[in-house]
Write a protein that binds this ligand. Structure first.
Ligand code: NAD
Ligand code: TYD
Length: 350
């Protein structure tokens, strides 16, 4: 089987790729990635010289290139992760999200359709999506697979659109697909623009921790390797044309999570207890900030037997240790263009 993984140099993609390349030597796994600011081949060191792995640098919005690539390799299956993925960036530059997440996904779908015409036996287009397509919850309730889509940010709207287009190819062209909608991930290799790695990096450097609004927003956190395990399971055992929600059964208010992170960082860095908490700074809220995300993952649990394998405490410890032990990785990704993003996003003049 030949599998095309898109966005494999990014955060989640690197864990999915590593799992597939190591676990399935009989598959040939291609990694197509444009290596944007979020893509980093350092994330794939463990598998870069494996015989069943090939890296291809390329952009999913380049239609001619994508069509030629599919004609050349005739990928049996696609796991599509490539995307612009950060909500704050989508507020500043929505068009980049529309282009990659909607147009790019459609170009891949077309190339897949044209490769296999009507002969889709054993083929699969696996679309990796987010719980943010469902919009926001109030204080109670959970997102299920039948919750109506109601996205609020350009990021989530672009992912919602791409989900709809994938479904439409299933209905119109009978293309086999699965979609998974996952909650917030954390773990090794995550670019330090998202909450947990950003705050780890800022604590290390004794920089302010910019909590949006009053910090009273809730997210459901899942350790990234558990997401990769779920993707493996759905890839092999998921039902055609089905959606599965994936979540951590692990809701945290931002401010509570940040305080736990501060305590753990104080211990790891041998700083006095309470030292990192002093860095917490409440800043202007994100426009259209979704109040709460929480996933009902009972479908994947009941049908496929998936559950998170690590607790949040375990996952957070592994994550913090990884960032502390990989200071060169962290320094590399936070040099250059990162600084100008950071200064713009957090109104820093220095
Ligand atoms: P990421 O931003 O870390 O990585 C995205 C990768 O896609 C990068 O390697 C980047 O170089 C590549 N890419 C971007 N534009 C491209 C293009 N035009 N052509 C080819 N490659 C391109 O993202 P992530 O956090 O790993 O998310 C991966 C997927 O999972 C996304 O589709 C995202 O919507 C979804 N998701 C993420 C989370 C999360 O918490 N991070 C949760 C649920 C779902
Ligand atoms: P983030 O990691 O960007 O993920 P998402 O917006 O996709 O859920 O943000 C997680 C939560 O943390 C979200 O409620 C926004 C908040 N947040 C801050 O308070 N400050 C920050 O600097 C960032 C990046 C996020």
């Amino acid at each position: 089987m030949t599998i095309l993984v898109t966005g494999g140099a990014g955060f989640i993609g690197s864990h999915v790729l590593t799992l597939f390349v190591e676990k399935y030597p009989e598959y040939h796994v291609y990694n197509l990635d444009a290596l944007t600011y979020a893509g980093n081949l350092e994330n794939l060191k463990a598998i870069e010289s494996k015989p069943n792995y090939t890296f291809i640098k390329g952009d999913i919005t380049d239609e001619t290139f994508i069509n030629e690539l599919f004609q050349k390799h005739k990928f049996d299956r696609v796991i599509h992760l490539a995307a612009e993925s950060h909500v704050d960036r989508s507020i500043k530059d929505p068009l980049a999200f529309i282009k990659t997440n909607i147009l790019g996904t459609t170009i891949l779908l077309n190339a897949f359709k044209d490769t296999w015409k009507n002969n889709f036996k054993d083929k699969l287009f696996y679309h990796v999506s987010t719980d943010e397509v469902y919009g926001t919850l109030g204080q109670t309730g959970l997102f299920t697979e039948t919750t109506p889509y109601d996205p609020n940010s350009p990021y989530s709207a672009s992912k919602a659109s791409s989900d709809h287009i994938v479904r439409s190819y299933g209905e119109t062209y009978n293309m086999p697909y699965v979609i998974t909608n996952c909650s917030n991930n954390y773990g090794q290799n995550q670019f330090p623009e998202k909450l947990i790695p950003l705050f780890i990096n800022n604590i290390i450097n004794r920089e302010p921790l910019p909590v949006y609004g009053n910090g009273d927003y809730t997210r459901d956190w899942l350790y990234v390797k558990d997401h990769a395990i779920a993707i493996d399971l759905v890839f092999h055992k998921g039902k055609n044309k089905e959606t599965y929600n994936i979540g951590g059964f692990n809701e945290w208010k931002n401010i509570d999570l940040v305080k736990v992170l501060c305590q753990q960082m104080d211990t790891k860095l041998c700083r006095p207890s309470g030292d990192s908490e002093k860095l917490i700074t409440f800043v202007t809220d994100r426009p259209g900030h979704d109040l709460r995300y929480a996933i009902d993952a009972s479908k994947i649990k009941n049908e496929l037997g998936w559950e998170p394998s690590v607790t949040f405490e375990e996952g957070l410890t592994i994550t913090i240790d990884w960032y502390l032990n990989n200071d060169v990785w962290l320094k590399n990704v936070t040099s250059g263009a990162y600084q100008s993003y950071y200064n713009k996003q957090y109104n820093k003049n220095t």
